[in-house]
Design a protein around this ligand. Structure first.
Ligand SMILES: Cc1cc2nc3c(=O)[nH]c(=O)nc-3n(C[C@H](O)[C@H](O)[C@H](O)COP(=O)(O)OP(=O)(O)OC[C@H]3O[C@@H](n4cnc5c(N)ncnc54)[C@H](O)[C@@H]3O)c2cc1C
Length: 481
């Protein structure tokens, strides 16, 4: 669900809110009194309370809520979602371990017996189910690219395992948690249950309804490069057009399969000044492989807009646009919008692809040069007869050439492409003097891989949130009686 820019929270505000929400049940527990606990039990309980809340919060860091992910962009919010999953897992695994650790240190056999009792007694069953689901969830995410499952199957399993983990965790907290029996904490868990139910209802109920009540239709589909298609999608009469910013993306479903679980993200390759939207799609698998065969008139479901890969979010004197492969889609959106607005700033565009037949929209980019102060560089890894661009990659020398005449400190670079290209080019742009906040990129897959300096800075910031959460949890635990 997208929100207006003013309503989107900044990174530091989100970090503070995240820590506060995760610690809320611990604060409530500290305010009440239960039967005396030893420090191990207090630590175990605090980890359980904060861990379960953090696990529930994972539902809103999935990139679908503009108020949460709006100012961060999909790349950052997904990176946070993945890092936070690690401390959720760690905290919740330590939760039962800390309960038995003192016994185990005194008498390992008795400790083991207690641990087995925790795992097997019916009283704790929902806790074990929650932990087991969480474990499967994390494992299937780490192994996603190696599992022989279709993406949709993995996604459905991710949703079901997440819902089971949180549902069973809440049941466990309400039926076995000592603090949960004390009014405020119990009320908090019911609130969390309600919030998770509302999130699921919005994601899969409300969005399903909107996909059907606000239909779009495929106006045309045309080939723009080898295995690459451009779709013109128009709203049905009566479906109000929504405002978006060039560079944002939408989730698309096709035909009768207009259910949110089947949607795929695609960047809008268009300017908001034109009616409808255009998408440039590269054949990658089942869904995209059938795009070129769609008939004009096919009903389309569009949910959006999302993302922060936009120029309006940055104030700069010059613009560098960089595209790798189908990463040209949002770059064309930005370029078309600059043309529509007759943006007077200097623009440099570098576009890299594997072979000359992979390049799309070259004529249009050339035409844009008549309306903008635009300089271009096309780099193909393979040469071919008639290819007029450069052969090879966008290395340091070529990027320096591209930036010639621009003040790097006053330049914003927006880049979209495959992971390795994004990593290498963004690091080089920093070497060439662009400030770290002026290099903005979006990747088309959430998989890991080699990280850029920007990714590492981001990971460090997120780790800082985890450390702050752990430190405050430790402090608060002192007050639990
Ligand atoms: C923010 C964003 C913008 C994108 N914009 C474009 C674009 O403008 N043009 C374009 O051609 N591609 C774009 N993609 C990539 C596109 O979404 C995938 O190529 C497409 O979903 C593949 O689906 P498939 O069934 O054909 O292939 P599959 O074989 O099912 O998937 C290939 C890979 O695509 C990714 N993927 C598949 N389904 C989804 C999904 N529902 N959600 C997220 N990732 C998925 C997975 O990493 C998967 O391994 C974008 C991706 C993201 C995240």
């Amino acid at each position: 669900m997208e929100t207006s820019r003013a309503m989107r929270l900044s990174g530091p505000a989100l970090a503070a809110l995240y820590i506060l929400v995760c610690l809320t049940p611990v604060i409530l527990a500290a305010a009440g009194t239960v039967a005396p606990l030893d420090p191990w039990e207090v630590g175990a309980a605090a980890l359980g309370l904060a861990g379960l809340t953090a696990m529930a919060v994972q539902f809103v860091t999935s990139g679908r809520f503009g108020i949460v992910s709006g100012r961060l962009g999909i790349d950052k919010i997904m990176a946070f979602h993945k890092i936070a999953a690690r401390w959720v897992m760690l905290g919740l695994v330590l939760h039962p371990v800390l309960y038995v650790l003192p016994t185990w240190l005194d008498d390992p056999a008795l400790g083991q017996e207690r641990f087995i009792a925790y795992l097997t007694l019916p009283h704790y069953r929902s806790g074990v189910v929650a932990l087991g689901s969480l474990f499967l969830l994390v494992l299937s995410s780490l192994l996603r690219e190696r599992l022989p499952w279709r993406y949709e199957i993995w996604r459905a399993s991710h949703l079901i395992l997440g819902a089971v983990a949180v549902g069973a965790g809440l049941h466990h907290a309400l039926t076995t948690g000592r603090f949960s029996a004390a009014g405020l904490v119990e009320a908090f868990w019911w609130l969390v249950a309600l919030a998770v139910a509302a999130v699921l209802a919005i994601l899969y109920g409300w969005r399903w309804l909107m996909l059907h009540r606000r239909p779009w239709r495929l106006a045309s589909v045309r080939k723009v490069a080898d295995r690459m298609w451009e779709l013109d999608i128009q709203p049905e009469p009566g479906n109000p057009a929504w405002p978006y910013e060039a560079g944002q993306f939408v989730w698309m479903t096709v035909g009768d399969r207009r259910f949110p679980l089947f949607d795929h993200p695609f960047s809008i390759a268009d300017s908001p000044s034109r009616a409808g939207i255009s998408l440039i799609v590269k054949e990658a698998g089942d869904f995209t492989g059938a795009i070129g065969r769609l008939e004009p008139g096919t009903p389309i479901g569009i949910d959006g807009p999302y993302g922060e890969f936009v120029l309006a979010a940055h104030d700069a004197k010059a613009v560098v646009l960089l595209a790798g492969g189908v990463g040209i889609a949002p770059i064309m959106g930005l370029l078309r919008d600059m043309v529509a607005r007759r943006d007077p700033r200097p623009v440099r565009l570098a576009y890299a692809a594997g072979t000359p037949v992979n390049f799309a929209c070259l004529d249009e980019i050339e035409t844009a040069g008549r309306m903008l102060d635009l300089r271009t560089m096309f780099a193909s890894e393979e040469d071919a007869e008639g290819w007029a661009g450069v052969v090879g990659r966008l290395d340091r020398q070529r990027l320096a050439e591209l930036l010639e005449g621009l003040d790097p400190r006053q330049t914003i670079a927006l880049m979209c492409g495959p992971g390795p290209m994004v990593t290498a080019v963004s690091d080089t742009l920093l070497d060439l003097g662009l400030p770290i906040d002026n290099v903005v990129y979006e990747r088309f897959d959430y998989g890991g891989g080699v990280t850029s300096r920007l990714d590492r800075r981001r990971a460090l910031q997120f780790a800082g949130i985890g450390v702050a959460l752990a430190a405050m949890l430790g402090l608060l635990a002192v007050f639990i009686r």
